[in-house]
Design a protein around this ligand. Structure first.
Ligand code: COA
Length: 248
């Protein structure tokens, strides 16, 4: 298991913690692979009844690693991110997220697959896909308009306008906004509460609430097809190169 993803089981709660703070938890291919394994393994383990995604203080995740995007554009990477998105959408255990800081790109769109999200007061949510010459992923083009309506989904996913924690709560992405120091514990308390419920009833109720899983899987594939093309576009390559060459 890669050190940049820490997986621990706290009784019936599995915690998947992204742990690459020096890069604001930008997600590399080994990190996606580790998270996919942790999700699938939790799905097969009856004793685990809830899964928590957490990050580092200040950074839930800065999204996919842009150096990996550039490698993928050059044809050097396998679609490991898609495996993660599929694992996320097919997973049947409730998902809780503890967002303490920035959530960019997939750091925000993965939350649309979570069932209970806790955010720090200073957390921000943004999806700069089009600025990078890309399009939304993780079935967010389907799930975000359903969740928050077209107008807010457009501002977030197409215009790349960030949401504050309170705005994300009003948009239906976040359940609770708390002080940064209370984020992990509030998320763990929610996870323990869920884990204490009868698991058969929780699984079925969750499945009914989430609607058609086939539609979500199909949208992940459709987006992935376009995303792959966009990765190779001049717009995207120029944006990746500019980010990697930027002076701070
Ligand atoms: N891919 C690769 N590296 C990333 C990254 C990403 N998505 N996000 C952050 N990093 C790296 C930075 O390059 C920097 O590395 P360095 O210290 O070696 O120069 C380090 O993480 C810290 O980031 P920094 O930009 O100094 O922190 P910040 O607090 O000023 O800004 C962000 C944080 C997330 C706003 C900014 O890094 C950013 O815009 N990142 C890109 C986010 C993105 O577009 N993700 C893809 C979405 S589809």
């Amino acid at each position: 298991m890669s050190d940049s993803v820490l997986v621990t089981d706290d009784d019936a709660v599995r915690v998947i913690r992204m742990n690459r703070p020096e890069k604001k938890n930008a997600l590399t291919q080994p990190m996606y692979a580790a998270m996919t394994r942790a999700l699938d393994e939790a799905g097969e383990t009856a004793a685990i009844r809830c899964i928590v995604f957490a990050g580092a203080p200040g950074a839930f995740s800065a999204g996919s690693d842009i150096a990996d995007f550039l490698k993928a554009a050059e044809g050097g990477l396998k679609p490991i991110t898609i495996d993660f998105l599929k694992a996320l959408s097919r997973n049947r255990k409730p998902l809780v997220a503890a967002v303490n800081g920035l959530a960019v790109g997939i750091g925000t769109t993965m939350l649309l697959h979570c069932d209970f999200v806790v955010a720090a007061t200073a957390a921000t949510f943004s999806t700069p896909f089009t600025r990078l010459g890309l399009i939304p992923e993780a079935a967010s083009s389907l799930l975000a308009p359903l969740r928050m309506g077209h107008a807010r989904a457009f501002a977030l996913l197409v215009m790349g306008r960030p949401l504050t924690a309170e705005e994300a709560k009003a948009a239906g992405i976040v359940n609770a906004v708390v002080e940064a120091s209370a984020v992990d514990e509030t998320a763990m308390a929610a996870a323990r509460e869920i884990a204490a419920l009868p698991p058969g009833a929780v699984t079925l109720a969750r499945q009914l609430l989430r609607g058609n899983a086939g539609d979500v899987a199909e949208r992940i594939d459709t987006e992935a097809m376009h995303f792959k093309e966009r990765l190779q576009s001049d717009e995207a390559r120029a944006a990746f190169t500019a980010f990697l060459a930027r002076k701070k």
